[in-house]
Design a protein around this ligand. Structure first.
Ligand code: PMP
Length: 366
């Protein structure tokens, strides 16, 4: 969380602004809270230039629930096929729930190349009659990010899981039918998931959707269909306010994020037999930098010494191992400079373990 947001949150635990109540006890039916929800929507609309025909929803159930809600809306009872890209841990997780609702075709499967790269545009061939096309813009675990827009230009609804790069950079909302992103990354604390949904999609919804999984109910009730995560939604509003007023918008945020990532990849590239970057250069994520060291022992040592130096959360995801530095919006350039200094020091103390770069690709297959 950005420092400025944390200061405001701290105050609101005692007393939320313009109230006599703690944020932890305020009713989700109060006018005060409705204004919070409205401000987040307005801020997102300005930050992303979201057109009027898109609903902005704040839902529960994480991005994992979107793995089901989307195929329920767009695939249930249809003769068409949904097309998915399998580019890493999270896109792999998104597929089984779609298969429960109808036919799914995996257009690209990166598993046998250990999810170390994304498909080239020339490797993908789309069905212009597909029910929808789904991909994950930033594979959080592997640190792979699309730097081009996959999917057909017109016709097939493009659906994107932006959980780990939402609000890190601007994008054209019009290119998407649905965008979703959970919190505890750039958006806010865990507990809510933002969904941008083009209005026409709900007109053709099946009539057998359980009420909590029906987007229409959430639209009709302005994201307060049942008791929502009030605290998380309040903090998310503060984050959007910070992005607008303090950072100055997503162009600025993107420039900062680019610089942060560049600094970190620079040190990986300086010592490629020591810091072994997971993904291909062309697909590198500016949010999640996944890498390995020459041995698991060294990785453990790195994590231990990093924690002593005040750097937490550098362990890679359990499915991949290794190390991962997540550079979400709240991480400052100064934080990254300090991490780079720490990594330089660690390299200098342990560089005798460097392996020949010709062995790097083998070690990445582990
Ligand atoms: N998609 C992506 C890209 C993610 O990074 C994550 C979580 N890290 C998820 C989906 C799952 O989100 P949740 O835990 O909110 O269900």
């Amino acid at each position: 969380m950005p420092e400025e947001v944390l200061v405001n949150v701290k105050e609101s635990i005692q007393r939320a602004p313009n109230t006599n109540q703690s944020i932890l006890g305020i009713s989700h039916r109060s006018e005060w809270f409705k204004e919070v929800v409205k401000e987040t929507e307005n801020n997102l609309r300005v930050l992303l230039n979201i057109p009027k025909n898109y609903h902005i929803l704040q839902l529960q159930g994480g991005s994992t629930l979107q793995f089901s809600m989307i195929p329920i809306l767009l695939l249930r009872g249809k003769k068409k096929t949904a097309e998915y890209l399998k580019t890493g841990y999270w896109s792999t997780k998104s597929i089984p729930d779609a298969m429960r609702e109808g036919k799914v075709k995996v257009l690209y499967d990166g598993e046998n190349t250990h999810f170390s790269k994304l498909p080239l545009p020339s490797e993908l061939s789309y069905d212009p009659e597909a029910a929808y096309f789904h991909y994950v813009s930033n594979e959080t675990v592997e640190g792979l990010q699309f730097h081009y827009l996959p999917g057909l230009k017109d016709g097939v609804p493009r659906v994107c899981d932006m959980s780990s790069d939402f609000l890190s950079r601007p994008f054209e909302v019009q290119n998407f039918a649905i965008v979703y992103a959970h919190a505890q990354k750039n958006l806010g604390p865990a507990g809510l998931t933002a969904v941008l949904l083009r209005d026409d999609l709900i007109h053709d919804a099946p009539d057998n959707i359980p009420s909590m999984l029906n987007y229409k109910n959430h639209i009709d009730m302005g994201s307060i269909y049942n008791t929502p995560p009030v605290f998380a939604m309040y903090v998310t509003m503060l984050v959007t306010r910070w992005l607008l007023n303090t950072v100055g918008g997503l162009e600025k945020m993107a420039q900062i994020n680019e610089r942060k990532a560049q600094k970190l990849y620079q040190i990986l590239d300086l010592h490629p037999g020591f810091f072994q970057s997971h993904g291909e250069k062309k697909d590198r994520s500016i949010m999640n930098v996944s890498f390995r060291l020459p041995s698991i022992g060294l990785e453990r040592k790195f994590i231990g010494e990093a924690e002593q130096a005040g750097f937490y959360g550098l362990e890679g995801h359990r499915s991949l191992g290794g190390l991962r530095a997540s550079l979400y919006n709240a991480v400052t350039e100064n934080d990254v400079d300090q991490l780079v200094d720490f990594m330089t020091g660690f390299y200098n103390k342990n560089k005798q373990f460097t392996i020949g770069t010709q062995n790097v690709s083998n070690s990445l297959q582990l």
